[in-house]
Design a protein around this ligand. Structure first.
Ligand code: VGL
Ligand code: ZN
Length: 239
């Protein structure tokens, strides 16, 4: 027969407390409140199957995001929104191919296939998104000579999109980031959220990455270093 008192005595109080709090942590879902916002990044036709910059399995994020969004009163969506002949397009630079990089005044730029051109079907948000309460759609990347992966700040590192001020005016202090692509627009958004003083979570199963030249591993490492929390959609309390 097991002697419960002897087992507990052997473990010691600290061990028991640690085991219990670890269990409680795993079992306690995060409950989005009025100070929380979901940022749904670039779920646009160009990044979905058949699109010009299709992200592998990108469509799989949509049901996850739709489900998770029901738990959020505050939702902001973003839309990559480039001019024709945008500086981030390989086609703009003679002799350059997609996924090559060039040096621009603001830093290194990966060159992409033409994508998300203003007003085109490819730039439309997916018709399968179902987030009627979304309060703001923020467009980015519309300056011809500057890219903007981040929903907060353009790639020049200084031009703001206004998102931080909007969220602060709404008394939002923590953001949950989901969408496409993990290693570019999602990661840059989460990193800038930290720089702007927000608590930031990236919901891994609600994102998919492009992964070019080690970009996905680097993005997760940069995010960990910046204090971005990596969670799963199941960690958020269902509506
Ligand atoms: C994105 C590459 C170029 C993204 C946007 O949404 O992650 N990636 N433009
Ligand atoms: Zn883009």
């Amino acid at each position: 027969m097991l002697d419960r008192r002897r087992i507990l005595g052997g473990l010691g109080m600290t061990t028991i407390a640690t085991v219990m709090s670890a269990r409680a942590g795993a079992a306690t879902p995060i409950k989005p409140d009025d100070a929380s916002a979901l940022l749904v990044i670039d779920v646009q036709n160009c990044f979905l199957p058949g699109g010009s910059l299709a992200v592998k399995d990108g469509e799989q994020v949509i049901p996850v995001i739709n489900r998770m969004a029901k738990s959020f009163a505050n939702v902001v969506m973003t839309q990559d929104w480039h001019t024709p002949g945008h500086i981030s397009f390989a086609s703009t630079h003679a002799g350059k191919k997609p996924f090559e990089t060039i040096d621009l005044p603001y830093g290194k730029q990966v060159l992409w296939p033409d994508h998300c051109v203003q007003g085109t079907d490819g730039a439309s948000l997916s018709k399968d998104l179902s987030i009627p309460q979304a309060g703001l759609v923020i467009r980015k990347g519309f300056h011809k000579d500057v890219d903007s992966y981040s929903a907060f700040t353009e790639a020049d590192g200084k031009t703001t999109t206004g998102l931080a001020a909007y969220l602060k005016a709404r008394k939002v202090s923590r953001v949950f980031v989901a969408g496409l692509a993990t290693d570019f627009c999602v990661a840059w958004t989460a990193l800038d959220a930290r720089k702007a003083g927000f608590e930031a979570y990236v919901v891994e199963d609600a994102c998919r990455g492009i992964d070019t030249q080690g970009s996905l591993a680097k993005a997760w490492a940069d995010m960990a270093k910046a204090g971005v929390k990596r969670i799963q959609s199941g960690d958020i309390a269902a509506a």
